[in-house]
Design a protein around this ligand. Sequence first.
Ligand code: DAV
Length: 360
Amino acid sequence: MSENNATTSPVSSYNEWDPLEEVIVGVMDGAAVPEWDVAVEATMPARSEKLFRASAGQAWPAEHAAAAVAELDGFARTLTELGVRVVRPDAVDHRRPFATPNWRSPGGLYSAMPRDLLLVVGDTIIEAPMAWRSRYFEIDAYRNLLTDYFRRGARWISAPKPQLTDDIYDAGYDTERPYESGRYLTTEFEPTFDAADFIRCGTDIFAQRSHVTNQLGIDWVARHIGGEYTVHVIDVTDPSPMHIDASFMPLAPGKLLLNPNRVKSVPAMFDSWDIRFAPDPALPRDHELYMSSAWVSMNVIMLDERRVVVEAGEQPLIDMFADWDMEPVPVPFRNVMRFGGCFHCVTADVRRRGTLRSYF
Ligand code: DAV
């Protein structure tokens, strides 16, 4: 990962806050309800079981999906107006059954959350070996984009494709305190991780052990991104951990946003940083979220060190950012939030203008 290539590669991003020049924004088209299996049960709200069991491999409730499509398009337009180049994945049909020699799935999931799948470190795009069977071929929606970036000079690698046989799932995982007991859904049978369990601060990258990211997955990333990087594991006490970006969000040099319920302590290296806890989400309690908690409110994306895209109804968070010497850019996204993520999840950095450095 030489700096030399990073200056000529179309892909180059080292942190969450250098000026954003190009970004992938997900699409909801072709999205399917995932099968309710042990991996989905471990990470999804119990209230979703009925819908998932009834509709696996089929379309999501049409009105909510259509509203999410409109919000994603609106977000993409806002980014374009602000001078960011936006690219979108292909509208792959995820409502098709598929199988490996070991198992079958009635369908896929979606192409809405590229952050879950694609880890960009410098000039390299890494395809994550995701632990959900329904996400096994999710990469297909991005192949045209990735092949194009590769042609133009990016590095492109995939972590070893996992088998996802029953050996990777611990049926006795801890449903209340996996962090305290160390019993997560995923065993150490083979490396698995979601890209969204990692968050980048230049030469330091922070990760969480989660139900979908095991220690072998973290080790794989640490060993493959090269000696100039250090991967630190953060203690996150989320009862159903999946993705670090609604828990631990470095926003800019010296600014760290934390989920007050999930992160009790951070490494001493943050001693000189200004650390703030996100306010309670503003979503009405009866707003139906199929795939996450309301804490996706803090799943924001930085356009540069000051400008932050934040959900338009999250007034307490907007006020906090304004008070923190930041410039909130409010965008309506409550219907996208139903599907498990907000602005950070639905994007994957392609290029931010900056270089590799340490912030500690
Ligand atoms: O709060 O349920 C959401 C992480 C974003 N994919 C939560 C975690």
